[in-house]
Design a protein around this ligand. Structure first.
Ligand code: URA
Length: 221
């Protein structure tokens, strides 16, 4: 270390200053990745760069959110969907979290126009036919029914899916003859949106990153 042999008891390394070699070869410390969860506002798009200069999720977290890392979104939310979006620079974990093999859960609160019947909800649970095939089993729970505009009602549903097809929740709701009024993602695998305000973000703690790794069968190392 810095041209000298470290003591056998070990030594604390400062990666910004210390120069480490083993048998004459330079050793670089493992780079620490960054993981942040954002409460995506409506109208913001999930892409790294937008040609028509619309606001992206990366703009929302800004320089402070990036903190020198090349973050990218893990999966995507439609511009008209709000809620939990994970951003990271850990490509390996992101790949697994979005790979269909790992069936990572995505929890949504969907407010739908009208009041779906018990058999509609059962159809959502067991699978509905979309253009490209039948959806996998989902968890579906009716949370509340409220008055909408004019004489319509709005039903609030909690829907948990383990796939990530394009506009999947909207198309599932459409398949049972209803329309989504608003859609918010509240959970992603072990992560929960909690009380994060719209447009707000926070850095994940080590336990949360370890839980994400466990969700895709990576050990915590
Ligand atoms: N399903 C949708 O329809 N839209 C999203 O943004 C996410 C899931």
């Amino acid at each position: 270390m810095n041209g000298e042999r470290p003591p056998p008891s070990g030594v604390l390394i400062d990666p910004s200053k210390d120069h480490i070699t083993v048998d004459g070869r330079v050793v670089r410390p493992v780079t620490r990745h960054r993981y942040i969860v954002l409460n995506k506002p409506l109208g913001v798009i999930t892409t790294a760069r937008d040609e028509s200069a619309r606001t992206t999720v990366l703009d929302v977290v800004g320089e402070e959110g990036h903190s020198g890392h090349r973050l990218f979104p893990v999966g995507r939310l439609d511009a008209d969907t709000s809620g939990l979006l994970l951003l990271t620079d850990d490509g390996e974990l992101a790949f697994r979290l979005t790979h269909p093999r790992y069936k990572v859960s995505k929890e949504y609160i969907a407010v739908v126009i009208g009041n779906p019947s018990a058999s509609d909800l059962e159809a959502l649970r067991s699978g509905v036919k979309l253009e490209e095939g039948i959806t996998a089993p989902a968890e579906v729970e009716a949370l509340a029914v409220t008055a909408g505009s004019r004489d319509s009602v709005l039903a609030e549903l909690r829907i948990v899916i383990r796939e990530g097809r394009h506009r999947q929740v909207r198309r599932m709701v459409h398949a049972i003859g209803h329309k989504v009024h608003s859609l918010r993602r509240t959970g992603f695998g072990p992560l929960k949106l909690g009380r994060l305000k719209t447009g707000g973000w926070r850095v994940l703690g080590e336990a949360e990153v370890a839980a994400l790794r466990r969700a895709v069968g990576e050990d915590a190392g």
